[in-house]
Write a protein that binds this ligand. Structure first.
Ligand SMILES: Cc1cc2nc3c(=O)[nH]c(=O)nc-3n(C[C@H](O)[C@H](O)[C@H](O)COP(=O)(O)OP(=O)(O)OC[C@H]3O[C@@H](n4cnc5c(N)ncnc54)[C@H](O)[C@@H]3O)c2cc1C
Length: 742
């Protein structure tokens, strides 16, 4: 039998839609019958290599199945078919496809990460080997078309986000979304008899059943283009939230912003990540909104977010496999190297660290598949800077649990935004480069600071951490203030005069100040030394260099008693090159050079590294004498925590875990919270004024918003009124209201 000649549209996990879809447009313009293919590749359902989490957790898998069901329905409505294969690799599926059909051409979306590129390469090889037509790759994910980037930016990238932003706004334009293809005009779609159809549940993919949607979530996502378009319409035109309430993921550290407030983020990311919504279509709708209604600071911030998304994609493309490597995109390790899992990863993953804002974010993530950007950043900083754990374990947890997971977005955000906080890196984050390894210095302040700024009344925290609901805002953020223990100020390292923090209103500068000074502390910083779980177990940290982890020894620095300076092993080799054999240098480094360590000098109660202590006593004592005094009389910083009896838990909220590390916060944290409250109230008042100007209450007659104001419960009522049963998995409330003609 001659094989039927067909065009193939190979849908990927990142383009599950029918609007603004170039492969679909090209295939249907080619004049042949079209076979629409999707392969549920088993590689997605393996385990992550380091921590062994499911690579795709059940919640994201369910979202994907819903998105596929929606795509299939849309195609069928136009007489087309979606052929789904599962249980075999993508390359194998293509071999069988070419055995059964004469494939004239295969149209698909372009991928950018190494693993996806390898699969693409294999498919290309199969098509060649089977004498089929070409694989035609299209840019469908990004806002800017790759071909429209200036050649120099394509080749080398731009300098950081600012460089990309300049490039996007000055040197290239966003194309219009493609006109919708009239699928009904094409020949009827091809059915492939070997196609298995969609699995009936995620259990068929080897996963556990997806948990029921959590009523506390602001948005209960349902996969698919129909739901995506409905949410977009709701967020933009029905409620004006885009102009009145939108803060944007990456804009959280600004006066009066809170990304835990209702509607402060669009929550479109799951649909964008799975490609149910095209970024170009979103942009076009934004511009239409600005033309027809209003241009505001908030609408401008959406452009910023979409630019950031492209910055992430194009940068990840250039960085290649570096975004997945321990040393990250800057090729650096923290002082002392990374720690592997030592029992602290699980409390971090499941929101049991004893740090409320962080726990709330991680519990929300686990319960819903998402949390706000600030929560993601704070959680990531805590893992890399405070606990010092190999960051890839955290990134793997995000990969497993995030409903909006997309490899470039997850791994690039980790390696660009979070890892440099622990390792130094680009110039913006350089000030964050800690000089001492985690757990030998004070940490936690940043996580506590952002809680006061984002969630001053602890409303978000109380939603996700029920153990803290009976406490007032300040105590919900910092339950250690409830205990009978009085905080002490933290001793400062070094002899530099203490700086005063910038004014409370200058948040970014203040956090910069904290990053520079906080490892040491000072009179501004309150520390609850005894309020800590398993003090003996967690501190002290394993000796630098003895930590497991591929990069540990390369990053470690030690003090050479010869000149009192710090060297990495490589640096030491350079110093003594020609004088000693390499093995002798290695042994000298290992046995004689001092690992960096911080101890408190009983003479003034302040903390010093050996070099700092040497500088202090330089005029009175020799290096050897100082080293001896350092070892025998000075107390290791973390020993101090462990010598204090375990937390006096009087008043500690029942059922909530004690903190993993001694909590350290500003004495004046309430001033910071109050400043944020005032800023947020100003912003709300401005939004209310604008709402009147835009017209009516701006809610389009529909209830919006999360929990509290127009809660998800009232959303359910609204859904049921519209004939959408509450019990359906994933609310279909967006699905029924999709605008026509998109
Ligand atoms: C450690 C870490 C991991 C992350 N992993 C992912 C991921 O796997 N997938 C993902 O889509 N986002 C990821 N982000 C980025 C960001 O947190 C989410 O895109 C955002 O929270 C989504 O919420 P939203 O749709 O309401 O965003 P909005 O504020 O409404 O922004 C609109 C859109 O812009 C895009 N966007 C905004 N910020 C970023 C960013 N920093 N990176 C990439 N895209 C961005 C998203 O597509 C988002 O939907 C990660 C951030 C961090 C710090």
């Amino acid at each position: 039998m001659p094989r039927e000649k067909v065009s193939v549209v190979w849908f990927k996990a990142t383009d599950l839609r029918t609007h603004d879809h170039e492969p679909l447009s090209l295939a249907h313009a080619a004049g042949l019958p079209v076979l629409h293919l999707f392969v549920l590749d088993p590689r997605w359902f393996k385990r992550t290599p380091l921590a062994g989490f499911p690579r795709t957790g059940p919640r994201r898998a369910l979202f994907q199945l819903e998105a596929l069901a929606d795509l299939s329905k849309r195609l069928e409505a136009a007489g087309q078919k979606l052929c789904v294969r599962h249980g075999i690799s993508t390359a194998r599926a293509f071999e069988e496809l070419c055995d059964d059909f004469d494939v004239a051409a295969c149209y698909t979306s372009r991928e950018i990460c190494p693993e996806e590129l390898r699969v693409e390469q294999k498919v290309q090889e199969v098509l060649q080997a089977k004498h089929a037509g070409e694989l035609q790759l299209c840019w469908t994910y990004e806002l800017h078309h790759y071909d429209d980037l200036p050649a120099d930016v394509r080749k080398k990238g731009a300098s950081g986000f600012s460089g990309y932003r300049r490039c996007f706004s000055e040197r290239c334009q966003v194309r219009d979304p493609l006109p919708r293809v009239d699928l009904a005009k094409s020949a009827p779609g091809i059915h492939w008899p070997r196609a298995e159809g969609l699995p009936s549940s995620v259990v068929d993919l080897g996963l556990s059943e997806a948990p029921e949607p959590d009523d506390r979530a602001e948005v209960l996502w349902a996969g698919g283009e129909t739901a995506a378009l409905a949410r977009l319409d709701e967020y933009f035109f029905a409620t004006n939230a885009i102009a009145l309430q939108f803060v944007g993921a990456t804009n959280f550290p600004h006066d009066g912003h809170s990304s835990t407030a209702a509607n402060s983020q669009s929550k479109l990311s799951p649909w964008l990540a799975h490609g149910c919504l095209s970024a170009r279509y979103l942009y076009a709708e934004l511009k239409r909104y600005e033309r027809e209604r209003r241009h505001t600071d908030s609408t401008a911030r959406m452009v910023h977010e979409l630019y950031f998304r492209d910055f992430v994609r194009f940068s990840a493309l250039l960085k290649g496999s570096k975004i997945f490597k321990l040393e990250g995109i800057y090729g650096r390790h923290p002082v002392g190297g990374w720690l592997q899992e030592d029992g602290l990863l699980a409390p971090w993953c499941h929101g049991q660290t004893g740090f409320p804002f962080l726990d709330a974010s991680m519990r929300e993530l686990e319960a819903t598949g998402s949390c706000c950007h600030a929560g993601r950043e704070v959680a990531a900083w805590f893992l890399v800077c405070d606990l010092g754990i190999d960051w890839r374990l955290g990134a793997e947890w995000f990969e497993s649990t995030l409903i909006d997971y997309e490899p470039a977005a997850n791994w690039f955000n980790w390696s660009f935004t979070c890892v440099p906080r622990a390792t130094g890196g680009n110039s913006i984050q350089e000030e964050a480069k800690p000089l001492r390894p985690p757990r030998t210095r004070l940490q936690t302040l940043e996580a506590i600071y952002w809680a006061a700024q984002q969630d001053p009344d602890g409303e978000y925290i109380k939603r996700w951490v029920p153990e803290l609901r009976s406490l007032d805002g300040t105590l919900a953020r910092e339950p250690w203030r409830v205990t009978s223990e009085e905080p002490e100020s933290a001793p400062r390292v070094g002899s530099a005069p203490e700086e005063w923090p910038p004014a409370v209103s200058r948040e970014r500068e203040r956090i910069g100040w904290a990053r520079r000074n906080f490892p040491a502390g000072g009179s501004q910083v309150a520390v609850w030394w005894g309020c800590m779980r398993d003090a003996g177990k967690i501190a002290p940290r394993p000796e630098a260099g003895k930590a497991e982890g591929a990069g540990a020894s390369a990053a470690e620095r030690r003090l050479d008693p010869d000149d009192g300076k710090e060297y990495s092993l490589e640096g030491l080799k350079k110093k003594y090159k020609g004088q000693y054999k390499l093995e002798e240098i290695r042994l000298y480094w290992q046995d004689t050079c001092e690992p960096l360590e911080v101890r408190t000098d009983p003479e003034d109660g302040k903390a010093y590294t050996l070099a700092e202590l040497h500088a202090k006593y330089r005029k009175q004592y020799t290096w050897q004498e100082v080293a001896k005094y350092f070892k025998s009389s000075c107390v290791r910083l973390q020993e101090r925590a462990s010598t204090i009896p375990r937390a006096q838990a009087t008043g500690w909220p029942e059922g909530y875990p004690l903190p993993l590390l001694p909590p350290a916060s500003f004495f004046c944290i309430e001033e910071i919270a109050e400043h944020s409250r005032r800023g947020q109230a100003r912003k709300a008042a401005k939004a209310a004024r604008l709402r009147l100007e835009i017209g009516g209450d701006g809610s389009g007659g529909r209830s919006i918003g999360p929990y509290g104001t127009g809660s998800s419960k009232s959303e359910h009522v609204a859904s049921e009124e519209r004939g959408i049963p509450k019990s359906q998995k994933g609310p279909r409330r967006w699905a029924k209201t999709a605008p026509q003609g998109t």
